[in-house]
Design a protein around this ligand. Structure first.
Ligand SMILES: Cc1cc2nc3c(=O)[nH]c(=O)nc-3n(C[C@H](O)[C@H](O)[C@H](O)COP(=O)(O)OP(=O)(O)OC[C@H]3O[C@@H](n4cnc5c(N)ncnc54)[C@H](O)[C@@H]3O)c2cc1C
Length: 394
């Protein structure tokens, strides 16, 4: 790997096969997969890797519910199953520890109706998840403080597919893997400010111009305006940011506890006794990085939900902005009308569970290798059609 700081000149260097804008979980997985496939890769990051939405600590890897199966659920399911092996490979390649554990998840059941729905889903899970993972309804949780037995009057769902990972651990392993690759170049502290598909050149904020075979826009919430510019759409038409706030607690909790999820509140036991709690979903906000009383409300609910963390001190508060594409699904693949330009964005709340598989799709599109085939609803064309429809309705 070579690393160039802001201002370094690239004059005379050959254009990389793949130029990537953005070193969040999306851009980093894409860089790793592309470099493994033998492509020369240059990754450009405006700040530091993980400086965007990927810089948090929740790391929940939770499936969609198992009923009404479709392409999107299937894509995510396969990604969640494969991630375990992907992470083992990354760990053995780098010696890093990603703190991945398939701990499962508990969902408290509050109403009789909820219990009946959950019971129906047992058979759906058997059909769609296969025999390896279970989705069961129990009368009580294994521990009365995780979750609070009184918060689950109709029992609980316990499923064994969900997992968790340490976001900083995973990002460190991805970066370490890239550091071992001779065909990888990292440019920090500079942004991709213009992409010219005709001349196949990108301009960076430090004045450098880089040619490319392909360029991938993996710049989180900023990807939407970049893609809008290339496709002649209004800047805010194809996606937006949804702010989330989270907290990390020193709870001396066992690391193998299942995730607990209840109506937007996640409680996730990590290593070292730490427990992550999240998260708000804010469509409007003034300061994307500030934490406030909305996080206090989430914390209050989480402490009631899981008495194990009732007194646990908060050791970190954090906020980030999740990228949500207009069609709600992730945005992946060629940008129509912009030859050589690819999108990998819009992972919203599930990026950590699917980014490796999204990367496989893009790399296959470049190399002609095995393509896991993303759902049609992930395509940029699908999102653009949705955006165009919204524009006409306005
Ligand atoms: C509170 C909270 C909790 C969450 N919990 C979970 C969870 O438990 N599980 C899960 O899967 N997901 C979770 N998410 C969502 C997840 O974090 C995001 O979906 C994911 O981080 C998006 O990754 P990304 O790489 O697409 O974007 P980002 O991580 O935002 O990365 C984009 C990068 O691009 C850089 N950039 C921007 N513009 C440019 C440019 N022009 N040139 C170069 N670089 C540029 C930015 O600096 C940034 O580093 C959570 C999000 C939040 C906020």
């Amino acid at each position: 790997m070579t690393v160039a700081d802001n201002g370094a000149s690239h004059t005379g260097q050959a254009a990389p096969d793949l130029l990537i804008a953005g070193a969040g979980v999306a851009g980093l997985w894409l860089a790793v997969k592309a470099a493994r496939a033998g492509l020369s890769v240059t990754l450009v990051e405006r700040g530091n890797p993980g400086g965007g939405a990927s810089g948090g600590f929740l790391g929940a890897l939770m499936p969609h519910s198992p009923e009404r199966w479709n392409e999107k659920k299937d894509f995510q399911f396969r990604a969640l199953v494969d991630l375990e092996t992907e992470i083992r490979q990354l760990e053995s390649e780098t010696g890093e520890y990603c703190a991945y554990r398939r701990v499962g998840r508990i969902l408290p059941l509050l109403s009789e109706r909820g219990r009946f729905t959950a019971l129906d889903r047992v058979a759906d899970a058997r059909t769609n998840w296969g025999g390896r993972f279970r989705y069961e309804v129990h009368h009580t949780p294994a521990r009365s403080d995780w979750p609070n037995i009184l918060r689950a009057p109709q029992g609980i769902v316990h499923e064994t597919l969900s997992a968790r990972v340490s976001p900083p651990g995973l990002l460190a392993a991805l970066l370490h893997s890239l550091a071992l690759k001779p065909n990888f170049d990292l440019r920090l502290g500079t942004s991709v400010i213009d992409i010219n598909p005709q001349s196949k050149r990108a301009t960076l904020s430090d004045g450098a111009r880089i040619g490319f075979g392909h360029v991938a826009i993996a710049s989180g919430v900023d990807a939407f305006s970049q893609i809008a510019r290339l496709t002649g759409m209004p800047l805010n038409a194809i996606g937006s940011g949804v702010k989330g706030q989270a907290a990390l607690l020193d709870a001396k909790a066992p690391p193998d506890l299942p995730l607990v999820y209840d109506d937007g509140v996640y409680v996730i036991a990590h290593e070292n006794g730490h427990v992550a709690v999240g998260s708000t979903s804010e469509n409007t906000f003034d300061d994307p990085a500030a934490t406030d009383d909305k996080l206090d409300q989430i914390l209050k609910r989480a402490r009631k939900l899981c008495p194990l963390i009732k007194e646990a001190p908060v050791i970190r508060r954090w906020a980030g902005v999740r990228p949500r594409a207009i069609g709600r699904d992730p945005m992946l693949g060629p940008v129509p009308g912009a030859p050589g330009v690819l999108a990998m964005a819009g992972g919203f709340k599930i990026s950590f569970g699917i980014a490796h598989r999204m990367a496989d799709c893009l790399v296959a599109g470049i190399t002609g290798g095995d393509d896991p085939k993303a759902p049609q609803s992930f395509s940029v064309a699908y999102h653009l059609a949705k955006a165009a429809k919204n524009q006409t309705l306005q």
